[in-house]
Design a protein around this ligand. Structure first.
Ligand SMILES: *[C@@H]1O[C@H](CO)[C@@H](O)[C@H](O)[C@H]1NC(C)=O
Ligand SMILES: *[C@@H]1O[C@H](CO)[C@@H](O)[C@H](O)[C@H]1NC(C)=O
Ligand SMILES: *[C@@H]1O[C@H](CO)[C@@H](O)[C@H](O)[C@H]1NC(C)=O
Ligand SMILES: *[C@@H]1O[C@H](CO)[C@@H](O)[C@H](O)[C@H]1NC(C)=O
Ligand SMILES: *[C@@H]1O[C@H](CO)[C@@H](O)[C@H](O)[C@H]1NC(C)=O
Ligand SMILES: *[C@@H]1O[C@H](CO)[C@@H](O)[C@H](O)[C@H]1NC(C)=O
Length: 429
């Protein structure tokens, strides 16, 4: 009887695991909404955006001309989406903030950046709040026009000789032939979605061709045989030849910087969703397998090849970007009737979320997550910080857990995704 009882409890545990994941309480804790609202209510004049925290969790503010400017407005829209899926779940002190109005207010300084910024390829990231807006309000013509405008700006950085959009202006710090340098960073994969959105809006195939050519060139040159990645590839702008491969923010020129690898997973699975090119699906699978294989049990190091001593700083943002990419990959495998693939990537995402919650939440910090590393290579290093993209993807991961039915709303109700603009199973528009 005892053995039978044990068997039944084992079966019950298996059934529970298959039916639902119990995320760490911190994912849906009321402090999430409280912190986001408190940041939104900080009055800044002229408008400034949270860019990074101090090592004690206090936001540092920057002018809008910063590559991270889009993340905080996009975070406000993700709160709106959570409220849409789970009504009443984002209340602060008994009242639900008007996240949509806040998202719009915090987007207001962005259109003026168009053609007036120093952000290179990051005009894609900067346009994200308009994609968030449009996914909720697909009649909003100004949001649509902003996406097209930033896509045009990104397209203007394309070189048909290289087959990429230029990421950073200027030359590699160690190049002896700087005038022909053309720098492309792995992060640039994340900006291609803006081009694919503009293609959908306009039917202008040039946007599509630039995005896919950039993705193909990057797949060829940014990854090693084992699918670890280089951060920066320096191309010869006159011939398209690769001149150098190196790191700017990771441990070394031959190491794999964790956030770069996470951009790779997320970038390629999104590209697959828009194009249905199986080369991108397989790229996402291979990069994801590499990422999970190299993730230690304790925490996400900022670089997979950093030596054990001194203890490498964590990068909670890399974990959250990868988890979001894995959740999209899992949803894609489900759509392809690949249950084995889906459960593998789902388990990976859940592990990363649980692991991050185990070390990167500090109640006293203004950011939701601590233990982010912006850059532990350049001068000065910046580790043990809060990062706006870490927070954005933390909230987005919670929303993906809801949208996929891995978990229910805090009320116990099933999340209702209808009209909530989620982009888990495919582009939101
Ligand atoms: C469209 O979205 C923008 C923010 O991107 C917002 O300021 C504007 O009010 C919205 N327009 C309408 C008609 O809803
Ligand atoms: C199509 O998009 C490209 C850039 O992606 C742009 O240069 C070109 O002017 C656009 N064509 C039309 C007809 O708008
Ligand atoms: C997280 O950051 C704190 C300092 O804020 C540090 O003491 C701790 O070791 C870090 N955790 C990890 C896993 O790096
Ligand atoms: C299912 O997914 C796994 C992991 O992504 C992959 O290795 C496998 O080839 C996929 N199977 C099919 C039939 O596509
Ligand atoms: C973290 O950054 C500080 C500078 O802010 C630097 O002195 C320290 O070496 C870095 N930590 C590690 C483990 O690299
Ligand atoms: C889900 O939300 C939509 C839009 O608000 C609504 O029409 C529909 O009835 C809801 N479905 C359920 C099962 O509550």
């Amino acid at each position: 009887m005892v053995a039978l009882g044990l068997l039944f409890s084992a079966l019950a545990i298996l059934a529970r695991d298959a039916a639902g994941y119990t995320p760490p309480a911190s994912v849906f804790d009321k402090s999430v909404a409280q912190k986001v609202l408190a940041t939104a209510q900080t009055k800044r004049s002229p408008p400034n955006y949270p860019s990074i925290t101090s090592t004690s969790g206090v936001w540092q503010w920057s002018s809008p001309d910063n590559w991270v400017t889009g993340f905080f407005p996009s975070t406000l829209y993700q709160m709106q989406k959570r409220e849409c899926m789970c009504p009443g779940s984002t209340a602060v002190n008994g009242a639900t903030p008007n996240w949509l109005a806040l998202g719009r207010t915090w987007s207001a300084a962005i259109p003026a950046l168009h053609w007036h910024n120093n952000q290179g390829h990051d005009v894609g990231f900067i346009s994200w709040p308009f994609a968030e807006e449009y996914s909720l309000h697909p009649t909003n013509a100004s949001a649509k026009q902003n996406i097209i405008d930033f896509a045009l700006e990104l397209s203007s950085r394309y070189s048909s000789v290289v087959g990429c959009t230029r990421s950073w202006n200027g030359a590699s710090p160690t190049s002896t032939t700087g005038s022909t340098d053309f720098l492309v960073i792995i992060d640039n994969l994340m900006n291609l979605e803006t081009l694919l959105q503009a293609y959908k809006f306009t039917g202008n195939k040039t946007f599509y061709d630039i995005a896919t050519k950039h993705a193909d060139t990057t797949l060829k040159n940014h990854f090693r045989a084992d699918f670890g990645s280089w951060h920066v590839v320096n191309y010869n702008s006159q011939t398209g030849a690769v001149k150098q491969k190196y790191t700017a923010q990771g441990y070394s020129d031959s190491s794999t910087w964790a956030r770069g690898e996470s951009w790779g997973i997320h970038g390629y699975i999104k590209l697959y969703q828009y194009t249905k090119n199986t080369a991108y699906l397989n790229a996402a699978r291979n990069i994801a397998a590499y990422f999970l294989k190299r993730t230690p049990a304790a925490y996400m190091p900022w670089d997979f090849d950093a030596p054990a001593s001194p203890k490498p700083p964590a990068d909670s943002s890399a974990a959250m970007i990868a988890a979001a990419g894995l959740q999209i990959l899992a949803a894609t495998e489900t759509a392809l009737a690949n249950a084995t693939g889906a459960s593998k990537w789902t388990a990976g995402a859940q592990m990363l979320i649980t692991q991050t919650a185990s070390y990167a939440l500090k109640a006293s910090w203004q950011s939701i997550l601590s233990n982010g590393t912006r850059d532990n290579h350049g001068t000065p290093h910046s580790n043990n910080t809060g990062l706006p993209y870490g927070d954005y993807f933390w909230i987005k991961n919670g929303n993906y857990l809801l949208a996929s039915g891995q978990t229910t709303c805090p009320s116990g109700a099933k999340a209702n995704v209808t009209g909530c603009g989620m982009d888990l199973t495919g582009p939101a528009f």
